[in-house]
Design a protein around this ligand. Sequence first.
Ligand SMILES: C[S@@+](CC[C@H](N)C(=O)[O-])C[C@H]1O[C@@H](n2cnc3c(N)ncnc32)[C@H](O)[C@@H]1O
Length: 196
Amino acid sequence: MFWDRISGVYDAVENIYNGKTNRRTTDYVASLMAKDDKVLECACGTGMFSVKIAPCVNSLTATDFAEGMLKRTRKKTAKFDNVIVESGDITGLKYEDNSFDKVVAANVIHLLDDPKKAIDELKRVVKPGGVIIIPTYIHFDKSVAAEAFNKAGAGFKRHFNEDTYREFFKEMGIDNANFKVCEGRMACDVAVFGNV
Ligand SMILES: C[S@@+](CC[C@H](N)C(=O)[O-])C[C@H]1O[C@@H](n2cnc3c(N)ncnc32)[C@H](O)[C@@H]1O
């Protein structure tokens, strides 16, 4: 699978090419966490968000469907005793309804054939009154690194900008989302909405 093949270089590309955006985005997402939170992270990749979330919460379950990426997350989060790292497909989660206080799915929604299925799953597993956080790179159609990833087989299904990202959530039936753009070479737009 593409994500297994590139797992060894993912962090280097992200840090060198887009470190500023990633630091701002992960810090922002970490700031939304609370000490008592039970958190699910879908598509955790190599754990870029996981290592920032883990110290701020009660427990973190970090999931991805690519074993190569999970291996890196396991290594990075080994120092935390509140993190479980396991395989999981965002479009079919194995968790019971109303299981988590917060759910994070970063930089994955643009890769999915059926993003509605994923969002329905996130809504199902988050508790009533819980919060769903979906950060996604924007303007990556203009990014050299993203273009290289796509050519190598990432298979992007959508290219968002600020406007189309907001429209996308409306199309998904979500009217209560707030957004924060974390700037950098390739900006990341963070959608945050409550499960009402
Ligand atoms: C661009 S990376 C983002 C990783 C991490 N969230 C980050 O922001 O650094 C996309 C990740 O989504 C994962 N992914 C893609 N489709 C998925 C699916 N259907 N279920 C779970 N993970 C998926 C890939 O394996 C990859 O690790």
